[in-house]
Design a protein around this ligand. Sequence first.
Ligand SMILES: [Zn+2]
Length: 237
Amino acid sequence: MRYLIDFYSLLCLFLISVGKIFIFVHVDSLVFAAFFISLTGSMFTMLIKHNHCHLTIFRAAPLNYIMDNWLNVLPVTSTSSVKIVHNINHHDAVNDENIDWVSTKRFEKRGNLVGCILYVLTAPYLTVIKKSEWLSKNKNRRIFKYNLLENIMLIITVILLGLISFKAVLIVIILPAMALQFVLALVNYLQHFDTKDRNSNDIYWKWFNFLFFNVGYHNRHHDYPSLHWSLLSKDTK
Ligand SMILES: [Zn+2]
């Protein structure tokens, strides 16, 4: 492990996994709660996944491959998708209207609230279209093949779980995975709306950053995307 503090990341993933298995088994008595608990777990997982996509938790490739799959199954998204949409496009474009696939700029012109609602409703669709276009132009890259492999493994996992309980798969896996894309769009909007010159909106609350892996120091993260999340702060130079 590169940084011991990632035991906190692993502990969170362990608790999320136990929670998801519990609600999968007890979905009949939970229903709506199961959906929201699963969605919350997926949101936390995406924070850890984002960090892992920038700087792998382990140094050893086999361990990172296991991490990739663990981080894929919980929210039902692939690490390669995060790398294409976030690491490759977003970090290069930083909300530039012309090159960021999901820039907030065009939507902000409709007013912050209306713009936000329109953005959240459209960004997941735009992301899928743009990612597909990118993949079709990059078929020779390793990430194309890895994306295919990850998606096949995810589909097989969902089908196998569906054989156990279709209702549980729908409420605990498929619906939260769809809702997650809208939540991620909302987070991206809040991080980038009404900013200029490749800046983003920061949140400096200590408790917030303690809980959410320093995600509030977003400007510093854009300045140093490969810097471990635990080293980010308002004063990172
Ligand atoms: Zn990032």
